[in-house]
Design a protein around this ligand. Structure first.
Ligand code: ADP
Length: 294
């Protein structure tokens, strides 16, 4: 769906993208994850045709970015500052659709929960409402590819979850979604694949689960029961410490380790008071890459 081939971008002498290559498949939610200044926005803007690159090639459904945008294949979520303060959601939609030569898509205001506030001025909207409005505007011409730059930055937990749901629904409808984020938790729950960017280069690419698997540490099971657990006979669990009534076990086989522990608790008629699992996360791998560059 999208092909980025050995793209290099320089600002003066500074190379901010260094031969970046990746492909995005149809109906994927693909994330560019990286710290500030790593080049995420630059890549997105090159894909959107808003920025020229110095070397390499970008194709969207076989077309150059400018052609793809002209043909309405791409939808871009604009940043919040880009609408006049006094415009309301309804007028923004009709204006956008007029520019694009299509009839107003008020149905999208409805789909994104903006119908009740369609006459509210932009300046009085919450960040979540603004984001949803920008998403609705970006989708007005039914693009096949949607590009979102930090779509949930500044949103509270609830608004973020609601926006994630909407992004997932778009995927189900067949839209390919590319987003930039520096929020590991977001990428882990939302995206099919992720490219980790540091210093203008792709350091890792894969599903969040594949990348997490590279974290070389065991899972930790933290458990509390109403009676003392005798740890001698566990095969898959190694006791790491006892602390504050809790036992901490390391295991490299989470399923077997859990089974062993829960069977023990059940067979001894103990009561399970608390149990949690600390698994390696995308964040750990990301920090490793950012620190060590591998
Ligand atoms: P990110 O989106 O990951 O925060 P950017 O793509 O915005 O990163 O920026 C990548 C690098 O390019 C940064 O070092 C930034 O300072 C630099 N940069 C971005 N835009 C310009 C510009 N117009 N002129 C010069 N340098 C720029």
């Amino acid at each position: 769906m999208i092909e980025v081939r050995e793209v290099t971008k320089r600002y003066g002498n500074k190379e901010v993208l260094k031969q970046v290559s990746f492909e995005i498949k149809e109906k994927e939610i693909f994330a560019l994850l990286g710290p500030n200044g790593s080049g995420k926005t630059t890549i997105l803007e090159c894909i959107e045709g808003l920025r020229k690159y110095d070397e390499g090639q970008i194709k969207l459904m076989g077309l150059n970015p400018e052609e793809a945008v002209k043909k309405g294949i791409v939808g871009i979520q604009l940043q919040s500052s880009s609408l006049p303060e006094n415009i309301c959601a309804k007028d923004a939609m009709s204006l956008f659709c007029m520019w694009k030569g299509i009839s107003p898509r008020y149905d999208l205001l409805d789909a994104f929960g903006l119908k009740e506030i369609e006459n509210k001025q932009y300046k009085t909207m919450s960040i979540g409402q603004k984001r949803r409005l920008h998403l609705a505007l970006a989708l007005a011409h039914d693009p096949k590819i949607l590009i979102l730059d930090e779509p949930t930055a500044g949103l509270d937990v609830e608004a973020r979850a609601a926006l994630h749901d909407q992004i997932r629904k778009l995927k189900q409808k067949g839209v390919t979604i590319v987003l930039a984020s520096h929020d590991m938790a977001e990428v882990e729950v939302l995206c099919d694949r992720v490219a980790i960017l540091a210093d203008g280069q792709i350091k890792k690419i894969g599903t969040p689960a594949e990348i997490v698997l590279e974290v070389k540490r065991e899972n930790i099971i933290k458990v509390q029961a109403d009676k003392r657990i005798d740890t001698l006979h566990f095969k898959y669990l190694q006791l790491q410490k006892r602390d504050n009534g809790y036992l901490y076990y390391k295991t490299d086989n989470l399923l077997q380790g859990l089974m062993e522990l829960l069977n023990y608790i059940r067979n001894h008629n103990y009561e399970l008071l608390d149990l949690s699992i600390d698994k390696p996360s995308l964040e750990e791998r990301f920090i490793q890459i950012a620190k060590e560059g591998i």
